[in-house]
Design a protein around this ligand. Structure first.
Ligand code: SF4
Ligand code: SF4
Ligand code: SF4
Length: 340
């Protein structure tokens, strides 16, 4: 196994989307452009290792032809690899028999192989492990209270202090689904680290890349000016701030309002969708019921109202003045020419 100090020239990405998943993160990632998947795997980006991506949705192979790469990795015959997990991981110990999620078939027994068993065998051999989407990171929608699967995210499954053989913590890229460029950029940064051209990504306490998840939605939202002036929408279809319609942006760490969704366009509140906190470990329960005004914002929006409207009115005076030319530019009228 290569250490972080040994530059890697060729690497596999084993993408396991056989947990409790809707596969939305893979589908979202096809919209990435900074960089695109094609950029990552075609060698178009200098100083990155040669990449072999194995993702069931994007692969040409299927059935045993596809599963063989995962089997080779378990046997230690594939070479360095990054394990990407998409979807939450069920608790296979919480029932007397049966299984919640599987991937491939054991040729010896003819029985399906549990997704958990794949993770147990692959994670200890991986150069790095990445959780793609909120389900894989923190359990997400499938891990809501009362679900029978007892499912969880990778840090709960492997342990929050778990590190790969190369000494790398689990890297979580949450979002439901993950923002496309956040996922491809994280992979790119890991590839740079693998080739020895960059340090390891700095992560926050929830194991998210700090560069992507330090700021709140509110800090990058197109509607922030309306919030500050206490101009709140009462119904959808308005350009005003939508906090009273249920937006949690002021307390949610996500860069979608700045980065957009596809090619820089979109981003939930920018285009009129309330932020429901899908990048946060507390998602979804702590943000429910969706579309109710967040309790904390009752106080903050009331506080803003006390000065926001007055400030807005005063700004109208300033604006009116600024819309007039300075008085010293008023030239005296040119006298009418007297015909000769
Ligand atoms: Fe689907 Fe969202 Fe879970 Fe991704 S995080 S697998 S998009 S439900
Ligand atoms: Fe903040 Fe949401 Fe209003 Fe945007 S729409 S300014 S994120 S509260
Ligand atoms: Fe999720 Fe909110 Fe970010 Fe939209 S803005 S992707 S709802 S965290």
């Amino acid at each position: 196994m290569a250490s972080p100090l040994e530059p890697i020239s060729e690497i596999h990405i084993l993408w396991l989307n056989a947990g409790l998943s809707c596969d939305g993160d893979t589908i979202a990632m096809t919209a990435g452009s900074q960089p695109s998947i094609e950029d990552l795997i075609s060698g178009a980006i200098p100083w990155t290792p040669k990449v072999h991506l194995h993702n069931a949705f994007l692969a040409m192979e299927n059935g045993d032809e596809f599963v063989k790469y995962f089997t080779l990795a378990v046997e230690g015959k594939l070479g360095p690899f990054i394990l990407v997990v998409e979807g939450s991981i069920p608790d296979e110990t919480n029932k007397p028999d049966g299984y919640w999620a599987t991937f491939g078939t054991d040729p010896q027994t003819g029985q399906p192989i549990k997704t958990c068993d794949w993770i147990d065998r692959l994670a200890p051999q991986a150069w790095a492990v990445v959780a793609s989407g909120t389900c894989a990171a923190y359990g997400g929608i499938h891990a809501m209270e009362g679900n029978p699967t007892g499912c969880m995210g990778l840090p709960d499954y492997l342990g929050w202090t778990w590190k790969s053989k190369a000494g790398i913590p689990i890297v979580c890229v949450p979002g439901c689904p993950v923002q496309p460029d956040n996922m491809t950029q994280t992979l790119l940064e890991l590839l740079y680290a693998a080739s020895g051209y960059a340090p390891m990504i700095a992560l926050d306490q929830a194991l998210r890349p700090k560069t992507l998840f330090s700021q709140t939605v509110h800090e990058g939202c197109d509607r922030g000016g309306y919030y500050e002036q206490a101009e709140f929408a009462e119904e959808y279809g308005s350009r005003l701030c939508i906090v009273k319609l249920g937006c949690w942006g002021p307390v949610v760490q996500c860069n979608v309002a700045q980065r957009g969704w596809m090619g820089g366009i979109g981003g939930c509140p920018n285009v009129g969708g309330i932020c429901i906190g899908c990048t946060m470990p507390g998602f979804p329960e702590k943000f429910m019921p969706f579309m109710d005004q967040p309790p904390g914002s009752l106080l903050s929006s009331s506080a803003v109202m006390t000065y926001g409207r007055a400030i807005h009115a005063l700004r109208r005076f300033t604006q009116a003045s600024l819309n007039r030319e300075p008085s010293w530019r008023k030239k005296p009228k040119i006298p009418a020419r007297v015909p000769q």
